[in-house]
Design a protein around this ligand. Structure first.
Ligand SMILES: NC(=O)c1ccc[n+]([C@@H]2O[C@H](COP(=O)([O-])OP(=O)(O)OC[C@H]3O[C@@H](n4cnc5c(N)ncnc54)[C@H](O)[C@@H]3O)[C@@H](O)[C@H]2O)c1
Length: 442
């Protein structure tokens, strides 16, 4: 069992102050304020930083924190004596801030995905070798109680050696659709859902199996979102953005920017033209919404994986075939999307109404014996309680980690390589050897 030392008091800065940054800023100004200092913000959009400074004053009587533009990132580190940078900017910028922070003498905590392609990944590895700084990638799904329970059962040998995995993840028309409204819809920004989203899932499998991907073959396509698909179904609503559009009124997928979405994004478009409410059936989408992937792992296990981004329900099913039996997980995060208002995600963090009706179980089916169910832990907040456990781990430290949940840059790299290889396979029709993508990683 590994136990890290408790963290000393640390001066943190956050780069990328959008939706996800809140988990870290609120934690640092709230539950963990006696342990650490959040000392600065950096974002390309000054309006969003100003929004958060107003919120910090209201909610935590804190701030205002000094705000810096991307060009002044090193000055921020110097002036505010930053020790650790938290990277929550858009995916294609992660490598830039990780490397700049390390060159300036900081350790880094980065949101997933580590980065979006193998070239940027190699640059990160070179910077770590050059600077000796530490990089942690925050895979909150490892901390989700059900995912942890699966890991524990597999570690205890509940089904012997795992020989193969059948894994399906569905994103519903509320959450899945959201990737087609904003920056994620351009493959250059997030590497498509294979990297942006599936890196969570591929990381889980690497961790569950205690192995790494060796060979990947995949097929992916845009079959539901996008203008051509909607026109073929006779269901195209002619608008570019939802807010203020009459044509959008008839489209249940349209996201009108109101409330917090308005304050955080719409009101700050003047600074960067970031449109949060584009038509999911509009032009210019370069990512897939339906992806099938086959993986062989270095321990000879195989996986068939499917990701669907237009499903009526959200969650995952994972079947493990082992030498002593089978373990089956069904975990619905959201049972259904109940109509337009539900689909629109008007408020961040709004309760998902259909969550109460979800089907969830973990069944162990040993060979020659009756199957039995594992008792499921209670769902307690963001990502089933995973977010809180992750925060304790990164801001308190000293917590026993028998399941090996803490992830470094090597875990972060393996997690994106399956998706990067799948993207290459989508384009070439060939299978891809993963170790060839980042030499030395194997
Ligand atoms: N682990 C999870 O469950 C989880 C959940 C949501 C998001 N995320 C990750 O968090 C990150 C942010 O996602 P989000 O949903 O908050 O997106 P967002 O669009 O709400 O926020 C992104 C922020 O990055 C800023 N930005 C863009 N270009 C920049 C640049 N060059 N320099 C500095 N800032 C820049 C934008 O202005 C914006 O404020 C992504 O990497 C995403 O993968 C992780």
């Amino acid at each position: 069992m590994s136990t890290s030392a408790q963290l000393p008091r640390t001066r943190f800065a956050i780069v990328g102050t959008g939706g996800r940054s809140v988990m870290y800023s609120h934690a640092l100004l709230g539950d963990y304020r006696d342990r650490h200092d959040l000392v600065a913000l950096c974002d390309s959009n000054p309006g969003r930083m100003a929004f958060y400074n107003r919120e910090f004053a209201e909610k935590f009587k804190a701030g205002p924190l000094p705000c810096y533009a991307p060009a002044d990132f090193e000055r921020m580190i110097r002036e505010q004596r930053v020790q650790t940078v938290i990277v929550t900017s858009i995916d294609r910028t992660h490598h830039e801030y990780i490397i700049r922070a390390m060159e300036a003498g900081c350790d880094v905590i980065s949101e997933k995905p580590l980065t979006v392609d193998e070239g940027k990944c190699r640059l990160i590895h070179e910077a770590i070798r050059r600077t000796g700084r530490k990089l942690r990638v925050t895979f909150n799904y490892r901390y989700q109680p059900v995912a942890s329970l699966v890991k524990e059962a597999l570690m205890k040998g509940a089904i012997g050696e795992v020989l193969s995995v059948h894994f399906e993840w569905t994103l519903d028309t509320r959450h899945g659709a959201d990737y087609f409204r904003r920056w994620h819809r351009d493959v250059r920004n997030g590497g498509g859902l294979m990297v942006h989203k599936a890196s969570h899932h591929f990381d889980l499998v690497n961790w569950w199996l205690a192995s790494q991907p060796e060979t990947v073959f995949g097929m992916g396509d845009l079959r539901f979102y996008g203008r051509a698909n909607a026109e073929a179904r006779g269901d195209f609503h002619p608008y570019e953005r939802a807010t203020g559009s009459a044509a959008a009124k008839a489209d249940p997928f349209a996201l009108e920017l109101t409330g917090r979405n308005k304050e955080l994004y719409l009101d700050n478009e003047v600074h960067d033209a970031y449109r949060r409410d584009q038509n999911v059936f509009g032009d210019g989408i370069s990512i897939q919404d339906d992806m099938a992937v086959m993986v062989r792992y270095r321990n000879r296990a195989t996986m068939s994986y499917h990701l669907t981004a237009y499903s009526p329900w959200e969650g995952w099913r994972c079947m493990f075939n082992g030498s002593k039996g089978r373990l089956e997980v069904v975990f619905e995060e959201n049972a259904f999307v109940g109509g337009a208002a539900d689909a629109r995600m008007e408020q961040f963090g709004a309760a998902i109404p259909a969550q109460a009706e979800t089907v969830r179980h973990i069944l162990v089916r040993p060979l020659w014996q009756k199957p039995y169910a594992l008792a499921l832990p209670k769902d307690e907040g963001g990502h089933g309680g995973g977010d809180k456990r992750l925060l304790d781990d990164i801001f308190i430290g000293g917590i026993a980690d028998p399941l090996g949940r803490a992830a470094d840059h090597i875990d972060g790299t393996w997690a994106i390589l399956t998706g990067i290889a799948a993207n290459r396979s989508f384009a070439t029709g060939q299978s891809v050897r993963v170790a060839d993508l980042v030499p030395g990683i194997g």
